[in-house]
Write a protein of this length. Structure first.
Length: 399
């Protein structure tokens, strides 16, 4: 985001938090003095002479709220994320996964509970999504203009830039087959096979593929155990499905064996905290930011309520395999494949400015500036190993 005049309007409700974030990012050489003035509304003389006694910039409109934000930012900066000890609940999450891996009876009980949960939740979720399609479309457009995916690898443009096409592709966790139909229609893939555990979704996928006359077949299977033919596929796609998998090492090994030499994997998934056992620093930062950001920016239009800071849910989860080992996905797959392209993004920002809140940021210059500052801070914390990313996008190659 760039503008021709600094945002110096003291009446704007975002002024305090913008100035605080801009000061911190300038202090740590993430933005220039020009950017601090442009996005934070900070005059150069203020950058040169902050209130050093309190450690809070004199231009932070609400010293209490924005001072808390600045204090937490500096606290996070003092300790890399990987040096923090595991919380008891994080150790419990690991134990749940390990027990299920070692005992098939327990695994089957969890799978039954998972199916029952989604059997109740999914119809309502689909109905809500249908009712919110126009809002979702508006939010996605706003996200595009704000640069929601500014740091993310995008498979389709990359493939097109390379002039690649694929004879035989496999989609793991295909759902109702939207991705396969899109890529077949664009001529990127000539034939697709999809695998999913949900038979209802597969029935819909088969029907739509038949209607469109597409070269697409489907089979039902649990990704943890599904057998795949060796040296068969040019491309394997796993889009938002692996964070439900318990036996990630086995899944990765079977994917590798199923690829032809030099075959590609497109992996797009949630790689955040396993079983949503968030670290204290994430909860503290999002709590402080949500107090400092004006309420009109924290109302989620899709959920129809104000955003609340994330909380660690009680274990075991109602959906036992939800994010069961999500934070382990990158390590397991990057050990087995060559990296062609990768991006790991969105540490805290997904919890305070998710899809559902983006139109409000996009509708004003001040809102756009605030979003840009939040994204810059998010990128800085991930690069420095201070916060863990939650969104992983990978183009991988079989060696």
């Amino acid at each position: 985001m760039s503008s021709t005049q600094p945002l110096l309007d003291g009446e704007d409700p975002t002024a305090g938090i913008r100035r605080t974030l801009a000061f911190f990012l300038y202090e740590h050489n993430r933005i220039s003095a020009f950017k601090a003035a442009d996005l934070g509304g900070i005059a150069p003389r203020e950058l040169a002479d902050p209130d050093t006694e309190s450690g809070i910039p004199a231009y932070a409109d609400d010293p209490q709220v924005n001072g808390d934000v600045l204090a937490i930012l500096r606290k996070i900066l003092a300790q890399p994320f990987k040096e923090t000890p595991l919380l008891p609940s994080q150790e419990e999450a690991i134990a749940i996964a390990n027990t299920a891996k070692s005992d098939r009876v327990i695994y089957d009980q969890m799978a039954e509970k998972e199916a029952a949960h989604w059997g109740k939740v999914l119809p309502n979720k689909q109905q809500q999504q249908q009712e919110s399609l126009s809002v979702l479309d508006e939010e996605r457009r706003a996200g595009f203009h704000l640069g929601l995916s500014r740091h993310s690898v995008n498979f389709m443009p990359w493939v097109q830039s390379q002039g690649l096409t694929f004879d035989h592709a496999l989609s793991l966790g295909c759902g109702a087959g939207r991705l396969e139909r899109e890529w077949l229609n664009k001529g990127i893939v000539r034939s697709f096979h999809g695998v999913d555990i949900a038979e209802d979704a597969l029935a819909s996928a088969r029907a739509m593929a038949a209607t469109e006359g597409l070269a697409c077949t489907y089979s039902q299977g649990d990704l943890n155990f599904v057998e795949l033919p060796s040296d068969t596929y040019d491309l394997i796609v796993a889009s938002t499905s692996l964070h439900h998998c318990l036996f990630l090492e086995d899944v990765a090994d079977r994917m590798k064996a199923a690829l032809k030499p030099g075959g590609l994997v497109w992996l797009n998934d949630f790689i955040g905290d396993s079983q949503f056992q968030y670290p204290d620093r994430l909860i503290e930062l999002t709590t402080a930011l949500l107090k400092a950001i004006p309420e009109q920016y924290t109302y989620n239009r899709l959920q129809r309520k104000q955003i609340q800071p994330p909380k660690r849910p009680k274990l075991p989860l109602k959906s036992p395999f939800e994010s069961i080992r999500s934070q382990e996905i990158p390590k397991i797959f990057l050990e087995r494949f060559e990296v062609v392209q990768k991006s790991e993004t969105h540490s805290f920002v997904r919890y305070i400015a998710p899809v559902g809140c983006l139109c409000k940021y996009h509708e004003s210059k001040a809102g756009t500036a605030l979003y840009d500052l939040l994204m810059t801070l998010d990128e800085f914390f991930i690069e420095q190993g201070l916060m863990a990313p939650t969104a992983g996008h990978y183009i991988l190659k079989k060696p």
